[in-house]
Design a protein around this ligand. Structure first.
Ligand code: NAD
Length: 501
């Protein structure tokens, strides 16, 4: 018999060293979507408290920016060690609070560990260029300096990994972090902070308030966004949230890393390996109960392979195990809340009105919000297909020409993730070319979801244009200075300008 989620969560928190009583109060209700029951009611920060916490983090910046970057990396190395030790418990808490199946809960913590490893290496490679100068006896170079407090606003569906993608980089780059987690997943944030504090204690001499967690809803996030001592805000969530946040950051010329909604697609070409495609589609579309930003939501199937693929896909949808995400064998856990269920039903009603034939989508009878994933055959791309519904709905449209499929794929406002299943190199290269997918992520023979940390992650258009995690995403967390040094006895001016006094 699996434990009651609330009891399970409290036991996990205790093992992670969290004293829940220290955080209890009014304002934020922590629930488990596994049965909908309340785990704890937590104290939300007031806007004034948030401002004071940001000022304290700014004070930490003064000290942290002078610590050599490889030494800053040592803190993240220790944090990676603590995360390894805490992986089972923290992963369990992700399952309990966000409803992810066990392997995905553990995978989320593994992603934190991976970005820590990446950041440790990076801490010795925050390098700039030396650039040829036109002036004799001069040297030109660029240097990268810490930027300041990095504000992190995160969504419920990646309650800890997204913070770590940002925090691990920000901290090695010399920036303190202030985190406003989703009000739907406050406990994983408290637990992550407790694990981080273990690393801080071993590190020894880090300034106080290097990492701060602020609990609350949009108003607390807004305090972070508008604070003049926060030069960078990395905000992950809906496009609606991005629309509220972006103008405020632009107004004060702060940097934004916006990681917003997706409406991701896959194209199944005639030469596709259908076994591979079936598995790739199933994970991308039904995994995390359709609640990933990269979830596959639109499928374009070539008419020559539609009859071979779609009935098998429908069978997989009809039989996929839905239930308690902690139980072995479950592949689809709960939706986060009733609102998600209502959004899903609304989209399915609209799909029917647009000529869609719906299979699935019905509620599974148990405590919590469980649904059978829905697959909807659409006569054309229309209606709810054009926007993100954060639930497991896969719309399927048949196509004849690849150019039409790519055009349909690119015809939505979001631009996060995409993929093609094809064994024809002309098709796959076209898809990856400038005339192909317009998304930040474009894959071949894997689905659009399940990114790893080595690459830069993010998307175009209404997804917000931000990039975080690997590659050179670290540059957003630092400021670049171009330095010209004159080691001659003359003062030649650039572009041949004369100014003799
Ligand atoms: P949400 O937009 O409701 O909330 C996200 C966060 O923003 C929360 O912490 C919330 O409190 C905060 N927030 C909301 N309004 C705000 C405001 N005006 N000012 C400051 N903060 C504000 O999103 P959600 O329901 O938690 O998550 C689901 C959404 O997130 C989906 O659209 C999904 O695609 C997106 N998402 C995107 C990515 C990505 O990397 N592109 C990753 C995960 C989730």
């Amino acid at each position: 018999m699996t434990a009651q989620p609330a009891d399970d969560a409290r036991a996990v928190l205790a093992r992670l060293g969290v004293t829940l009583a220290d955080h209890e109060g009014q304002g934020v209700v922590a629930r488990s979507p596994i049965d909908g029951a309340v785990i704890a009611t937590l104290r939300a920060h007031t806007v004034d408290e948030a401002k004071a916490a940001i000022d304290a983090a700014h004070a930490a910046f003064g000290a942290w920016r002078t610590v050599p970057a490889p030494r800053r990396g040592e803190l993240i190395r220790l944090f990676g060690e603590e995360l390894r030790a805490a992986k089972a418990d923290l992963g369990r808490l992700v399952s309990l609070e966000a409803g992810k199946i066990t392997s995905e809960g553990l995978g989320e913590v593994q992603e934190m560990i991976d970005i820590c490893d990446f950041a440790v290496g990076l801490s010795r490679q925050l390098h700039g260029l030396t650039i040829a100068t036109e002036r004799p006896g001069h040297r030109m170079m660029e240097t990268w300096h810490p930027l300041g407090v990095c504000g992190i606003i995160s969504a419920f569906n990646f309650p800890v990994a997204v913070w770590c993608w940002n925090a691990a980089l920000a901290l090695v780059c010399g920036d303190p972090v202030v985190w406003k987690p989703s009000e739907k997943t406050p406990l994983t944030a408290i637990a992550t902070q407790a694990v981080f504090e273990k690393a801080l204690a071993r590190f020894g001499d880090a300034p106080a308030n290097l990492s701060v967690v602020l609990q609350g809803g949009p108003e607390v996030g807004a305090a972070l966004v508008s604070h003049p001592k926060v030069p960078l805000v990395s905000a992950t969530g809906s496009t609606r949230m991005g629309r509220a946040v972006a103008p405020i950051l632009a107004e004060r010329f702060a940097r934004a890393i916006l990681e917003l909604g997706g409406n991701n697609a896959a194209i199944i070409a005639p030469s596709a390996d259908l076994e591979l495609a079936l598995r790739g589609i199933a994970f991308s579309a039904m995994g995390t109960a359709g609640q990933r930003c990269t979830t596959l939501r639109r499928l374009f199937v070539h008419e020559d392979v539609a009859e071979a693929l779609i009935p098998r896909l429908k069978a997989a949808y009809a039989s996929v195990p839905v239930g308690d995400p902690r139980e072995a064998g479950t592949l689809v856990g709960p939706l986060i809340d009733e609102q998600a269920y209502e959004g899903m039903q609304k989209a399915l009603t609209e799909a029917k009105a647009a000529g869609g034939v719906v299979q699935g989508g019905e509620r599974v009878a148990r405590d919590g919000v469980y649904v059978r994933p829905a697959i909807v055959e659409m006569p054309a791309q229309a209606g709810p297909m054009l926007h993100e519904t954060f639930a497991p709905i896969l719309y399927v449209v048949r196509y004849k020409d690849l150019a039409d499929a790519i055009a349909m794929q690119n015809a939505t406002a979001a631009g996060l993730a995409s993929s093609i299943f094809s064994n024809d190199i002309r098709e796959t290269e076209l898809f990856l070319s400038a005339q192909g997918s317009d998304c930040g992520i474009a894959n071949v023979n894997i689905g659009p979801s399940g990114a790893e940390i080595g690459g830069a992650f993010g998307g175009e258009k209404e997804t917000g244009g931000g990039r975080e995690s690997g590659s050179d995403a670290w540059k957003a967390y630092m400021r670049r200075a171009t330095n010209t040094v004159n080691y001659s006895r003359d003062l030649p001016l650039a572009q041949g300008v004369k100014f003799d006094i």
